[in-house]
Design a protein around this ligand. Structure first.
Ligand code: ZN
Length: 258
């Protein structure tokens, strides 16, 4: 029974060595288990920007994305990735480089962000450093011009820092509106991602790339099921209903009109 479809995009946040404060973050030793699982099962990590040419990707391609740019990603994700000869893409909020995640409302060890030196080192090592806007706003509440300004300046700041083009974007909180897509394209991005779960290619739009969210309790077994079903909820109850749905669809198809 194989459900493997590729490429698929995962979304991580923080990778602290201690117990995560947020359900979206994952302890660094559990993240290392994810890497070992992926390597053992022949997944090839590619960069988010590589999805712009989906026909030239390896057979089992996976994109590991990290939102916000937490400082604990350096020890907890970047170094383990290097060790495994794997790569990943980071979506950075440029106002917070070397500071704190201002939108979280509280300052803690785990809200500290990567600094410019670390971003440069990660980029030189083959990681993708991409855009998560300047201030991490709820884009669905902003005008076209406000969104364009966020997309455009974040891109310029990162390109100046890295001396390389930045063409990927992640919408903060996964929120966007009808203006977000044209504003992102106008600002010069070629791909953008949401937080809607699903396979790459289930949205026929490069500015609506889907991602599977990883949560703090996701064991390698849960990761395996997420890769099989491209869903955030892989409880057995959900999986049983998935199969029931498939059987019903087949029955309906049989009695339906050809
Ligand atoms: Zn974010």
């Amino acid at each position: 029974m194989s459900h493997i479809r590729s490429p698929i995009v995962l979304m991580y946040h923080g990778t602290p060595s201690e117990t995560p404060e947020s359900v979206y973050s994952i302890k660094s030793n559990l993240f290392a288990q994810h890497l070992r699982y992926l390597q053992k099962n022949d997944w090839t990590t590619i960069l988010f920007k590589d999805l712009a040419t989906p026909h030239s990707l390896p057979e089992k391609s996976i994109v590991l994305t990290f939102d916000d740019g937490y400082k604990d990603n350096f020890q907890g994700a970047f170094l383990p990735l290097l060790e495994h000869n794997m790569k990943a893409s980071w979506f950075i909020t440029t106002d917070c480089i070397g500071g704190h995640a201002q939108w979280l409302g509280k300052i803690s060890q785990q809200s500290q962000m990567l600094d410019a030196t670390q971003l440069l080192e990660m980029h030189s090592a083959g990681m993708e450093i991409a855009s998560h806007t300047c201030s991490h706003p709820d884009l669905s509440r902003l005008s076209y011009d406000q969104q364009f300004a966020e997309f455009n300046s974040a891109k310029k700041i990162l390109e100046n820092l890295l001396s390389a083009p930045v063409t990927s974007l992640a919408y903060p909180f996964g929120r966007f509106n009808a203006n977000s897509l044209p504003a992102a394209e106008h600002a010069g991005y070629s791909l953008a991602c949401t937080t809607r779960p699903g396979w790459f290619g289930s949205e026929n739009n490069p500015f609506l790339v889907r991602r599977i969210a990883i949560f703090s309790g996701d064991s390698p077994g849960i990761l395996a099921r997420k890769l099989a079903y491209a869903d955030n909820d892989v409880s057995w109850k959900k999986i049983v209903s998935y199969y029931t749905g498939r059987v019903l669809n087949k029955l309906h198809a049989k009695v339906g009109i050809d």
